[in-house]
Design a binder for this molecule. Structure first.
Ligand SMILES: [Zn+2]
Length: 342
């Protein structure tokens, strides 16, 4: 087997290795299920067509088939956005308020969505670390390749360590039912729902191109946000959320969103740009994507390439401009835990 094939197999093996990331997980956790980080029944089901969605991806196999460029990939809803990060019992017990009810939003629901986001990221990061770890003694690896791999492993370990720091806060808040330790802003829309996502981010630059925090500074913890779409009783919603321990950069991040919009930017454009630039865990409605003009598709794919290709420098203004006029949503309502809303 080649190094590349071994690597892909290792990733697959890790992805299917179930575990329970619930804050009270113990040896009784069993029946690890394929949980959907974007809910299957009342989210993905809404945008799926013939049981499928598109995911614009820069994963290794897509890039290989597409001359090294990102491309939309048709994915079956059953497989889309799943991760085996909870046992059946904990998944059912914990997420019932969001799996069985639309987002109102209330503090508990926001905390649960955010928790699912961080747990999915934890699952992915843990897998990446062990996939790379398992290859470092591969017989086909050259000395140079090994050194690249080891530095990648160091980077992943650091990223994973950072994430564990934040998961501890989330775990404790959930376990103590202190849901109001999370701050959030939720935008609600009645427009057709064409893009669904859930993700996390250490915001580095704000929506006006100002630096928020230095991702290369390893001496102190970074501020961390979760963001997600969710069904509401009136339509659907886009939320940005963070634990109070990340207040400093995250409050400024959201404040810059308010400021960008009051300076004439369309909220819908800003959130679409944010979605494409910061979230690989998403699902597009296939007919919506297919109806886009070629130049819109190219602009989206170029943005995905910009944020995934390590050889292209990302401009400070990446969240401040680009991808205008593509989103056809309208947001009608804002809900927030913050005393100053947008
Ligand atoms: Zn469990």
């Amino acid at each position: 087997m080649s190094l590349f094939a071994d690597f892909l197999n290792e990733i697959k093996r890790n992805d299917s290795r179930g575990r329970c990331l619930h804050y009270e997980s113990d040896e009784q956790c069993s029946k690890f299920i394929n949980a959907h980080s974007i809910q299957k029944s009342n989210q993905l089901g809404v945008i799926a067509e013939s049981g499928h969605i598109y995911r614009v991806t820069a994963d290794l196999s897509t890039m290989r088939k597409n001359n090294g460029r990102p491309a939309p990939k048709k994915v079956g809803v059953k497989k889309a956005s799943t991760f085996s990060g909870f046992c059946k019992r904990h998944d059912n017990d914990l997420f019932q308020p969001i799996d069985d009810f639309p987002l109102q939003p209330n503090a508990e629901q926001i905390a649960l969505y955010a928790y699912r986001c961080i747990c999915r990221e934890f699952f992915v990061k843990q897998n990446a670390e062990s996939s790379i770890e398992s290859l470092k003694n591969h017989p086909e690896l050259s000395a140079e390749g090994r050194s690249v791999l080891l530095s990648s492993l160091a980077g992943h370990s650091l990223g994973f360590h950072r994430l564990k720091h934040h998961k501890q806060y989330y775990d404790r808040a959930l376990s103590d039912k202190k849901f109001d330790e999370f701050e959030y802003i939720t935008f609600e829309s009645r427009s057709p729902w064409n893009l669904q996502l859930s993700g996390v981010l250490y915001p580095d630059y704000d929506f006006e191109g100002r630096k928020l925090q230095d991702l290369g500074d390893h001496s102190s913890p970074l501020g961390f946000i979760s963001f997600f779409t969710a069904p509401t009783s009136q339509g659907w919603s886009f939320s940005i959320c963070w634990h109070g321990s990340s207040n400093e950069p995250c409050f400024n991040f959201v404040e810059s969103l308010r400021s960008a919009v009051s300076n004439g930017e369309k909220l819908e454009d800003v959130l679409f740009r944010f979605s494409i630039s910061c979230c690989e865990n998403h699902a597009f409605r296939i007919s919506w994507w297919d109806s886009l003009t070629d130049s819109d598709k190219t602009e989206i794919l170029s943005r995905v390439e910009l944020v995934t290709d390590l050889n292209i420098p990302i401009p400070d203004s990446y969240l401040a401009k680009g991808l205008e006029g593509i989103a056809d949503w309208e947001f009608e309502h804002v809900y927030t835990s913050l005393s100053v809303g947008t």
